[in-house]
Design a protein around this ligand. Structure first.
Ligand code: HEM
Ligand SMILES: *[C@@H]1O[C@H](CO)[C@@H](O)[C@H](O)[C@H]1NC(C)=O
Ligand SMILES: *[C@@H]1O[C@H](CO)[C@@H](O)[C@H](O)[C@H]1NC(C)=O
Ligand SMILES: *[C@@H]1O[C@H](CO)[C@@H](O)[C@H](O)[C@H]1NC(C)=O
Ligand SMILES: *[C@@H]1O[C@H](CO)[C@@H](O)[C@H](O)[C@H]1NC(C)=O
Ligand SMILES: *[C@@H]1O[C@H](CO)[C@@H](O)[C@H](O)[C@H]1NC(C)=O
Length: 325
């Protein structure tokens, strides 16, 4: 498929999914902050030049924001009176990128003060971060407003853990009206970025108290991982690539890895190695067609960004993403 046709398909999908949330719109800031995309891109390009994980960090924040009380910037709030920061929930401890959001916010406040929400910054910077390293582009819908509260217990229950079963993942994504195609397509974001030993080392030596490693890890890949995260080692600060083949590019090699039993997280490999699962055919489809993966990823990202946004006069536009005004 040519690039032009790809764009046409994405625009079509935007028109379909975009209409599911009539309040968000691609032109929301056309008169109030016309240069918003260039400003966000400027900071992302600058940051990416010194931190290859910039895009990976940001898209993960967007995901963790949207899965807790919708895409409302709640994840970005620090502890304060009446605010139990979501950053202290296990899924978010160690997450990076909050400083990048601050830099983008500062750049925007300089040009259009009080106009662009922190929730929209995450949505815009996610698309830019993916496209910057070879991934698809899509038209980002805008107009979200920022929450006045955080929900730490929601971050505990609603964000998937890397140790859970595919059925648990289906439940959590299903709660957000997302299906198997969304789970597989969005898991493809693990085509870039890193994970700490603590998120996958339970697979390496004594998986599920079996006395043996996870049998769905490729036997030639296993010693590599055991070397990175030795049993009983001091692995707290150690991390490795989520995509061992092309760690910093956004491509479909993540799915080839799964076919080779070289997924990093238990939840990655389960998509391909759960007998009888409908996710297997989807993994195979994306492994054989990057175009199909990109098209589906873009539409699932729009779906993700549409989860229960605050709009109209609800919430506020924060001037500092870490605090309510
Ligand atoms: C399907 C359920 C998912 C689970 C269980 C999961 C779990 C994880 C874990 C455990 C890490 C490593 C975190 C760390 O070491 O601190 C990680 C990293 C990451 N996740 Fe996911 N994730 C899931 C879905 C997603 C989705 C939907 C996206 C985005 C669309 C995403 C994007 C990322 C990225 C880009 C990184 C690397 C971040 C970095 O380098 O800082 N993940 N994920
Ligand atoms: C828009 O922002 C970019 C990046 O900051 C800047 O280079 C450009 O001059 C800006 N354009 C306008 C019309 O302000
Ligand atoms: C926020 O408060 C919790 C306790 O409620 C604490 O565990 C956590 O470390 C605090 N986070 C920061 C960044 O201060
Ligand atoms: C926090 O998240 C949980 C789980 O989604 C939800 O049931 C609860 O209503 C939320 N609480 C607030 C105050 O938004
Ligand atoms: C594996 O873990 C289980 C439960 O934690 C333990 O009883 C067993 O001895 C362990 N096996 C090995 C080989 O370490
Ligand atoms: C293990 O990985 C190698 C190299 O990527 C691959 O050729 C082989 O087919 C994989 N084995 C399995 C069982 O997937």
């Amino acid at each position: 498929m040519s690039f032009l046709r790809f764009i046409v398909v994405v625009l079509f999908l935007v028109s379909v999914f975009g209409s599911s949330n009539a309040q968000l719109s691609a032109t929301f800031y056309a008169t109030t902050c016309p240069n918003v995309t260039d400003i966000v891109r400027g900071v992302m390009v600058q940051t990416q030049s010194t931190d290859v994980r910039a895009g990976a960090k940001i898209i993960r924040l967007h995901f963790h924001d949207c899965f807790v009380n919708g895409c409302d910037g709640s994840l970005l709030l620090d502890n304060a009176t009446g605010i139990e920061s979501e950053k202290a929930a296990p899924a978010n401890v160690g997450a990076g990128g909050f400083d990048i959001v601050d830099d983008i916010k500062t750049a925007l406040e300089n040009v259009c003060p009080g106009v662009v929400s922190c929730a929209d910054i995450l949505a815009l910077a996610s698309e830019i971060g993916v496209a910057l390293v070879g991934g698809p582009s899509w038209q980002v819908l805008l107009g979200r407003r920022d929450s006045l509260t955080a929900n730490r217990s929601g971050a505990l229950t609603d964000i998937p853990s890397p140790f859970e079963s595919l059925d648990q993942m289906r439940q959590q994504f299903g709660n957000k009206d997302m299906d198997s195609t969304d789970i597989v397509a969005l898991s493809g974001a693990h085509t870039f970025g890193r994970a700490r030993c603590g998120t996958f080392e339970q697979r390496l030596f004594n998986f599920s108290s079996s006395g043996s490693p996870d049998p769905t890890i490729n036997s030639t890949f296993l010693p590599t991982l055991q070397g990175i995260c030795p049993q009983g080692g001091n692995n707290g600060a150690t991390f490795t690539n989520l995509d061992r083949s092309t760690p910093d590019n956004f491509d479909n090699n993540y799915f080839t890895n799964l076919q080779n039993q070289e997924g990093l997280l238990q939840t990655d490999q389960e998509l391909f190695s759960s007998p009888g699962s409908d996710t297997i055919a989807i993994v195979n489809r994306y492994a054989s067609s990057q175009t199909q993966f990109f098209t589906d990823f873009a539409s699932s990202m729009i779906k993700l960004g549409n989860i229960s946004p605050l709009t109209g006069t609800n919430g506020e536009i924060r001037t500092n993403c870490r605090r309510v005004n």
